[in-house]
Design a binder for this molecule. Structure first.
Ligand code: UD1
Length: 360
């Protein structure tokens, strides 16, 4: 058992800031030391700095400024920076590396850490879309292979890992995003007058950022055609990936694009909306916890439980499945999915026990 446990957390994309905020708090309560390394994958202030401020996340020890570029360029730049941080601190300084989800930042840290023989702890392990054209699927399959502790949000994903030969170090702890949702859902952050005005109506919250939608003119046109026929106002916080493309489409009055929202703003808007339409992973679950219908604009989802219980409809970009989902009433009941909101504490105590039983 080390005298104290010192972790390096590597994060870089918007949802990872939310997840890290609740885990950092739990680690600090358990006196586990943590350095945060920011890869810079997301860099616009409303995708990055605003989250650190709002969620009170400890200052990163460094920012690698590795955003933009191709997947190869971005991941390689991150790997060089992460390795530098680890080597500068010296072998043995970090007892483990904490990574989240399925972004390029996750994979970069897992690859570098594994080669330096530092244990990798993966939060949100075991999820699969079984669609290898998604960069995220590649990132998560490889990260899981390299991880010593795999923290899973639900029982169902254990089978995914077992199929790939991973049975050691697997723990079902629930979803840290649920912890964050419960902790922050009743915030009263101020919204812009433009957004406040929409809140008074029965509106839909829309987000789109998957390359399979934003980078395919055919899919994007089909999605926008579906949305044009919807009668309610649609509030659309636009991801930077989408921003440059949006200008070539003429949007009808009822679709209102706005700048990306902070986490607190998003939670307020989510609680006021009538329904969510998205291709995000995280928002599918947040819609569920907020008891809103979700229509998912993808061909498949990793969050299958939300679909099985009737709250989420995976419709791709076709119009008949989209229209059918719009009409489907909400189920009467909602089972508790993805834990009770104590995933961060459970993760912390499993990390603690890992070191207690594997003395360095
Ligand atoms: C990434 C993750 C995705 C996650 C999402 C959360 C990967 C492969 N994808 O997708 O799993 O759901 O974050 O939001 O890691 N850009 C800016 N400013 C920013 C951020 C991005 O202009 O602050 C631009 C980038 O330069 C790039 C594009 O948006 O051209 C996409 O950004 P990138 O971080 O590569 O992927 P995301 O689509 O955000």
């Amino acid at each position: 058992m080390p005298k104290h446990i010192q972790l390096l957390t590597v994060i870089g994309a918007r949802p990872q800031f939310v997840k890290a905020s609740v885990v950092s708090r739990a680690l600090s309560k358990a006196t586990i030391l943590e350095d945060i390394l920011h890869t810079g994958q997301h860099f616009d202030s409303n995708m990055d700095a605003v989250f650190f401020e709002e969620l009170n996340i400890p200052m990163p020890v460094a920012n690698l400024n590795a955003g933009g570029g191709t997947h190869g360029e971005q991941t390689a730049k991150m790997m060089v920076g992460i390795e530098k941080q680890l080597l500068e601190k010296g072998v043995g300084f970090y007892d483990g590396i904490l990574v989240y989800g399925d972004t390029n930042s996750t994979l970069a840290a897992a690859l570098v850490g594994a080669k330096l023989q530092i244990p990798i702890f993966h939060i949100e392990a075991g999820l699969r879309s079984y669609n290898r054209t998604m960069p995220e699927e590649v990132n998560r399959v490889l990260t899981d292979q390299l991880s010593s502790l795999l923290f899973c949000p639900s029982n169902d994903v254990i089978g995914n890992l077992a199929k790939e030969g991973i049975t050691k170090g697997v723990h079902v702890v629930g979803d840290v995003m649920h912890d964050a949702f419960l902790h922050y859902q009743n915030n009263n952050t101020k919204l812009s007058p433009e957004i406040e005005a929409i809140l008074a109506s029965s509106f839909i919250l829309l987000t789109l950022h998957r390359p399979s939608n934003t980078d395919s003119p055919e899919h994007l046109s089909a999605i926008l055609e579906n949305l044009k026929r919807v009668k309610s106002p649609i509030l659309w916080p636009v991801h930077p990936r989408m921003q440059s493309k949006i200008n070539s489409y003429s949007l009808p009055e009822h679709i209102k694009p706005v700048a990306p929202l902070s986490y607190f703003e998003l939670l307020r808007v989510l609680s006021a909306c009538n329904m969510v339409i998205t291709d995000s992973g995280g928002l599918q679950k947040e819609a569920y916890w907020a008891k809103k219908k979700c229509i998912t604009l993808r061909e498949e989802t990793e969050w299958v439980e939300t679909v099985q219980c009737g709250w989420n409809h995976v419709v791709g970009h076709g119009s008949s499945s989209f229209n059918a989902a719009l009409q489907t009433p909400l189920p009467k009941h909602q089972p508790q999915l993805y834990g009770a909101g104590d995933a961060s504490e459970r993760i912390t105590s499993i990390i603690f026990n890992y070191f207690a039983s594997n003395s360095k």
